[in-house]
Write a protein that binds this ligand. Structure first.
Ligand code: HEC
Ligand code: HEC
Length: 381
């Protein structure tokens, strides 16, 4: 049945292909730093934006991957970025709240790095943080909380890299125009370049939607898609296709959405208050209107990123539906977004929706050797 739609998940043979009108995505724009890199993308998905001063290269990405997986980047050499961002968990850590190298518990949970190159803002609630190069200063050098614990120890970090058997050569290959490439800025550039390659578009949903593999999604998952994409549930107002978040940016996008929502997860004072320090955008602006507003995370690979929400306070996807979304937010928070709607689902229907969310799991990505630990089985350091 050409042109059929199943609850909005359209086959590529549909009369209306996946166009800008449907997905907000347009064709790549030539002559940008992004155009110089070969992205592994479905048709009609534009490449992400790449900063002019940090163009992609294979050498830089490979250096960034080594650094991402290197425990020498933490003060006591116990933790790397990958300690909290594990590939098999879509680069989350399975914990409700992250634990730093000195044992300090972070107020919030680690976030997935899937398609992070497309994110218009970074972290759960910072409205100003946009560059992957900058974001890393938090975990590396931050003191509230201590994560990797390198704050004030930049020289020591660089000395460790200079003493390595592999880095001096790798930094020169990645930054051939620099006279002394082993610097904090170059380390941040390389890790950011690696992060931009963490692209995931090979889930059953993608194979069904972009490549016309009609058998990629089960009947159960397709029935769940119909529910998920319905006005009755309203999920797509904040987790729209094909990124399953609307806070995205890419090459050629004219209107960049930077969206934050109060979903009514907490109401500690009857006036919509969230428990500090997790007050979302409010923690950065102090504006009462921003209380409890967080970025809607992408739901790609969400089956492996539990426990859920900024503080891991919901264990399972079924509970996210039954306890939080069905009542239109788990508290009656008066500041809750008007996009939060109350709806009913039977347990059978909830299972269908969960089955759809499972179909967003990209096992190719979760097992892709390009994103794995390059130090494993290697003796040089
Ligand atoms: C101790 C665990 C931990 C370590 C180590 C860690 N992170 Fe994170 N990461 C987190 C947490 C927690 C958040 C959410 C931060 C927040 O909202 O304040 C996060 C968020 C991020 C984000 C934003 C994701 C998004 O969707 O907006 C990126 C990017 C990121 N980390 C990259 C890195 C890189 C690169 C490193 C290594 C330099 C690193 N992280 C080290 C725990 C960690
Ligand atoms: C008003 C915008 C909005 C709507 C509508 C919405 N969400 Fe969310 N969603 C968010 C925000 C914001 C968060 C993060 C909230 C937090 O941590 O405080 C979130 C978090 C989630 C999470 C947890 C993800 C993670 O990595 O922890 C899941 C799962 C989820 N939403 C599924 C859904 C489903 C299913 C629907 C439809 C019933 C839905 N959402 C509707 C904004 C929304």
């Amino acid at each position: 049945m050409a042109g059929a739609t199943v609850g909005g998940v359209r086959s590529p043979s549909a009369e209306q292909p996946i166009t800008e009108e449907r997905s907000g995505i347009r064709a790549p724009v030539a002559a940008t730093p992004s155009a110089l890199w070969e992205w592994d993308l479905p048709p009609d998905i534009a490449p992400p934006r790449v900063p002019d001063d940090n163009p992609m290269s294979a050498e830089k990405v490979e250096l960034g991957r080594h650094l991402f997986y290197d425990t020498r980047l933490s003060g006591n050499e116990t933790q790397s970025c990958a300690s909290c961002h594990r590939q098999e968990l879509a680069f989350t850590d399975g914990l409700a709240r992250a634990v730093g190298s000195t044992g300090e518990v972070h107020p919030r949970g680690s976030m997935s790095l899937v398609n992070i190159a497309y994110s218009s803002t970074l972290t759960w609630g910072d409205p100003e943080l946009r560059l992957l190069e900058e974001q890393q200063r938090g975990p590396l050098f931050g003191t509230e909380p201590v994560e990797m614990g390198m704050g004030g120890r930049e020289e020591e970090l660089l000395a460790r890299l200079r003493a390595s058997e592999v880095y001096p050569e790798m930094f020169v290959a990645a930054f051939p125009d620099d006279s002394d490439p082993i610097t904090v800025e170059r380390l941040l550039d390389a890790i950011a370049a690696f992060e931009r390659t963490l692209i995931s578009f090979d889930s059953p949903y993608d194979r069904y939607t972009f490549w016309g593999e009609r058998s990629a999604m089960s009947r159960e998952a397709l029935a769940g898609a119909e529910l998920f994409l319905s006005e009755r549930m309203g999920c797509v107002h904040c987790h729209g296709e094909p990124f399953f978040t609307n806070s995205i940016d890419y090459e050629g996008k004219e209107v960049v959405l930077e969206e934050f929502f109060n979903t009514g997860l907490y109401d500690v004072d009857g006036e919509g208050g969230y428990p500090p320090p997790n007050t979302g955008v409010h923690a950065f602006t102090g504006d009462p209107e921003d209380m409890g507003r967080f970025r809607a995370p992408s739901l790609r690979n969400v089956a492996v990123t539990g426990p859920y929400m900024h503080d891991g306070s919901i264990e399972t996807l079924d509970a996210v539906l039954a306890e939080h979304y069905m009542p239109g937010g788990r508290t009656g928070n008066p500041r809750r977004s008007h996009l939060m709607v109350r709806f009913g689902l039977t347990s059978r229907e909830r299972a269908m929706v969960v089955s759809f969310l499972d179909a967003l799991t990209d096992s190719t990505f979760l097992n892709d050797p390009r994103f794995s630990d390059p130090w494993e089985g290697r003796s040089e350091r």
